[in-house]
Structures are given as C-alpha cells and as structure tokens.
Design a binder for this molecule. Structure first.
Ligand SMILES: O=P(O)(O)OC[C@H]1O[C@H](OP(=O)(O)OP(=O)(O)O)[C@H](O)[C@@H]1O
Ligand SMILES: O=c1[nH]c(=O)c2nc[nH]c2[nH]1
Ligand SMILES: [Mg+2]
Length: 168
C-alpha cells in the first residue's frame, strides 16, 4: 500500500484472537497438514493460534521483509529460507504444508513464498483485493487503501473528538 489517503482498521488482541481462531475453524473444515510454514514476523502470532487449534507441532519459518519503512513497500528480502526437510514432507513441493501469515496486501510476499512451496495451502487472517488471488483461505477482507493496525504494533492513545478532527 502506498502512503496517502487511507482508512484505518485497528485490531485489538481480543479481536485478533477471535479472527485467528475463525481461520483455524475454517481450515479444519478444508484439510489436514503435517507442518506450518510461518511467514515471519507477522505470521508468528496467527501461527501460534492456528497450530494450537489444529494440533500441528512441526513449525518452520520463512523470513520475508519488504516494508522496511512504515507503510511503504521496498525491495523484498528473503531473510531466512525454508528447510528442505519441510518442503520435501509427503512427496515435495510443500503439499503437506500450511503457510500462515497475518495478511496479504499487494501479494508480493505471498507470491515469493508460493514459488518456494507451490503445492502448499496459503492462509492469512486478513486480505486486501490485490493479494486476495494469492491466498487460499482468509477471514476478513479490507479495502486496498486501508492500513491494518495490529495489536503488537500499537498501544492505547488519546483520540481527539470527531468534531475536532475534521471528520463527519
Ligand atoms: O502482500 P504484501 O504487500 O507483500 O504485504 C504483506 C506482508 O507485509 C507484512 O510483512 P513485512 O514485510 O512488514 O515484514 P514483517 O512480517 O517482519 O513485519 C505482512 O506481515 C505480510 O507478510
Ligand atoms: O501492519 C501492517 N498493516 C498493513 O495493512 C500492512 N500491509 C502490508 N504490511 C502491513 N503491515
Ligand atoms: Mg510479514
């Protein structure tokens, strides 16, 4: 997402837990997987919740970063690759793997991870329209010009009254 006019979608810990659990419920009705590949760092919290709900104990990570500056996407770096032990489970290409991330935005991160694990199931809690075709399962869609504020990135802060903020 590029900086500029935008909507905010703040998510509390409680709401995130509910949404990640809803993702686990949906996934439980779709299939079974031997391992989760967590897209760090954003995938860490949803992975913990999904792994607990689905009883998955083999957790691998792939480290991908592209938002080096707040809200501005730059070059995409694969900081940590996926272990071949996990890619090759059950015949290879990631067919036994569930990939978990917090969200898809432009889909750039998902595209790179899918190249590593073409047969894996890609799940996120939130999706924006550009990234949506890259995801197999997600819970809530927000518009492309919305920034999602996760509970691990935010804190309680004073909010000016609507009448003083130029809104309405
Ligand atoms: O669909 P995209 O436009 O590629 O954006 C989605 C990715 O961006 C964020 O990761 P980020 O690069 O900020 O790294 P982080 O998970 O370590 O915070 C988020 O956790 C997704 O992985
Ligand atoms: O905290 C975040 N919120 C977002 O909406 C987003 N899109 C890409 N990366 C993101 N990180
Ligand atoms: Mg990420």
């Amino acid at each position: 997402m590029s900086p500029g006019a935008e909507k905010a979608f703040p998510v509390s810990w409680d709401q995130f837990h509910r949404d990640a659990r809803a993702l686990a419920w949906r996934l439980a009705g779709i299939g079974t997987w031997q391992a989760i590949v967590c897209v760090t760092r954003g995938g860490l919290v949803p992975t913990a919740i999904v792994a607990r709900e689905l009883g998955i104990r083999i957790i691998e990570t792939v480290g991908v970063a592209s938002y080096h500056d707040y809200k501005t996407q730059g070059s995409l770096d694969v900081i940590k690759p996926v272990s071949h032990k996990v890619i090759d489970l059950n015949g290879g290409d990631g067919s036994a793997v569930l990939i978990v991330d917090d969200l898809v935005d432009t889909g750039k991160t998902a595209r790179v991870v899918r190249e590593i694990l073409p047969k894996a199931h890609f799940a996120t809690v939130y999706a924006k329209p550009m990234g949506r075709p890259l995801v197999d399962t997600f819970i809530t869609e927000v518009s492309q010009d919305t920034w999602i504020y996760f509970p691990w990135d935010t804190g309680l802060a004073f909010q000016p009254p609507i009448a003083q903020s130029g809104g309405g």
